[in-house]
Design a binder for this molecule. Sequence first.
Ligand code: FAD
Length: 323
Amino acid sequence: MAEVLVLAEHTADGEVKKVTLELLTAARRLGAPSAVWTGPGAEAARARLAEYGAEKVYLADSADFASYVAAPAAELLAWLVAEKAPAAVLVAGTTEGKEIAGRLAVKTGSGVLTDAVDVTAGPDGRPVAEQPNFGGAVTVHSTVRTGTPIIAVRPNAVSPEPSPGAAALEPVAFAASAAAKATTITDRVPAERGERPDLTEAQIVVSGGRGTGSEEGFKIIEKLADALGAAVGASRAVTDAGWYPHAFQVGQTGKTVSPQLYVAVGISGAIQHRAGMQTSKTIVAINKDAEAPIFEIADYGVVGDLFTIVPQLIDEIEKHKGM
Ligand SMILES: Cc1cc2nc3c(=O)[nH]c(=O)nc-3n(C[C@H](O)[C@H](O)[C@H](O)COP(=O)(O)OP(=O)(O)OC[C@H]3O[C@@H](n4cnc5c(N)ncnc54)[C@H](O)[C@@H]3O)c2cc1C
């Protein structure tokens, strides 16, 4: 069976990120997944990778990955593509994953598809990626016709499903070139996000818009998010007004999210906002304007004042938690 490389995303202390399990699940539809592990920690993570179907784990335990930005990972993958001739390479559709995908495509003379929300095998066996385009107004199915298909898959787009694999460890002797070391990481500052889940990986996202009225008014979004164990998102109207940091903006010029549940509160649903959230599995909108465009894509909608509805919603959630 054809080998499919999956670049494993993991935390600095070796915890496998959920998106890696999603990529392994998608890779199994195309062939035999081989995880590519950069840095230390592969031995501890091996059981988790095996659980989701990794047949092999290429282990490049070099300090270069922690010290330099995306270039060493792209070099490693390019070397593996030349050595192993895989059927495809899957990476996470994160900012870093997409940069690695682009660099790898240049190095291997291959086509690259980004922002995929699904990957399947086409009739000729080539991977077919599903991508929302033009802010989600059009869905396209694309294949790569040149080189080794490189596909960046959005986090949360594929449901991870366990299926046992051998996860045989294969150490790879790797040292990044001088060119890949041109930019050095000099410091790392963990983002302050408290107890809430990461916006792009969260199962539930509660986003607030201009309808919250002010920085003070926006706090109701945090309260609802905390009641649901959700991440907080915001529309650009909110981040531009300085009511919430830009890092939490959802949309065309912000983050792309694809959670199981997206709750849009006081957000009109402009195309640029929809571009970042409309692949969410279930969308709930709360808006006082029944004609707001967000209702066109919402699975459930509540028409009314958010300052009346959200406190009631929080009360109901807390009651259910107590049951
Ligand atoms: C190039 C470009 C890129 C952009 N990128 C982004 C992006 O990444 N993300 C993004 O979000 N936008 C982006 N925008 C901006 C986008 O076009 C919209 O202006 C923005 O999304 C509007 O934010 P909003 O829905 O919060 O505000 P509004 O459109 O003003 O909507 C506020 C909504 O709140 C409702 N409301 C008001 N009061 C209440 C209340 N008390 N209770 C309930 N509902 C209430 C109103 O009915 C209204 O529907 C971009 C624009 C451009 C041109």
